[in-house]
Every structure is written in C-alpha cells, then in structure tokens.
Design a protein around this ligand. Sequence first.
Ligand code: SF4
Length: 156
Amino acid sequence: MLKYYNYDIVFQEIPDEVTLAVNITGCPNNCPGCHSAHLRQDIGDPLDERSISALFDRYGADITCFCFMGGDANPYEVMRLALFIKKRYAVKTAWYSGAEVFPENFNTSPFDFVKIGNYVEELGGLKSPTTNQRLYCVAADGSMTDITYKFRQKHF
Ligand code: SF4
C-alpha cells in the first residue's frame, strides 16, 4: 500500500499545469544529499481510491493535473491508481520517480507526464542545466518527448 505525507497545489512541477502534488512516503532510493529525508520513512496516511476521491472532492475543480511524487517502492500501484484517476476524472496525471530507470514492464500509458532520475546534489534538480533528471510528456501512442528544457525557460 502507498502512503502519503502531505500534498500541495503547485505550479512549478509540471509545466503549464495546475498540479495537485502528493508526496508519497517509503521512498526506497538513497540519494546522497536527499532533500526530503522524511519521505524515506514509513509514515503517513494510505493513498488509495478512497483518499484520492476525497482529494478530488476537495480540489478537483481547481487542478488540471494530479502528480504522484514518489512511490518507487511500489510503482505498479502508482500505475494502477493513475489508471483509476484517468477513468474517473478529467485531469492529466504525472509521476515523479526518483529511480534511474523505469521498472521492467512498466506501462507509462496512464500518465501524461513522467519524471525519471535520482537526485544528485552536484548535478541539481530539473531546473539545473547539468541535471541528470528528465521530464517526459507521454503521448497517446506511448511515445515520450523530453520537455526538461521547459524548466529553464524564463516564463516558467
Ligand atoms: S528520491 Fe532521493 S531525494 Fe527524493 S526522497 Fe527519495 S531518497 Fe530523497
């Protein structure tokens, strides 16, 4: 089961979207210089159909995108819940993974955006010109376009 620590409506994580970003706990990655050590703990409330529906009842009218921040301990559950959202709500879905590569047989089709790449302090996050992380836009046919450059555009 996935658990989440907190959430926020944000404008920077996914370009041109108003995003409800949910911070998932139990992160299995061990990025040196981790910026969110609390997210590595097994804490928080269950993230499931029920809690997601409650979030949509409260914020659904205000957002254009729902983003799973983390969830690398159970990426197939992230995928399953993204599919639930896609079938039920008219919003885009995104996944911020801290892994270096996608898991085997991972299906990106329930997502409109996926971010991949662990956090390397000296390379920086998505806004850094030297970052190792990538944000992709996923098309209906499953093809992925690297849109990381958008984080370095002045208007965003
Ligand atoms: S992905 Fe890396 S930086 Fe992010 S919470 Fe996990 S260990 Fe920390």
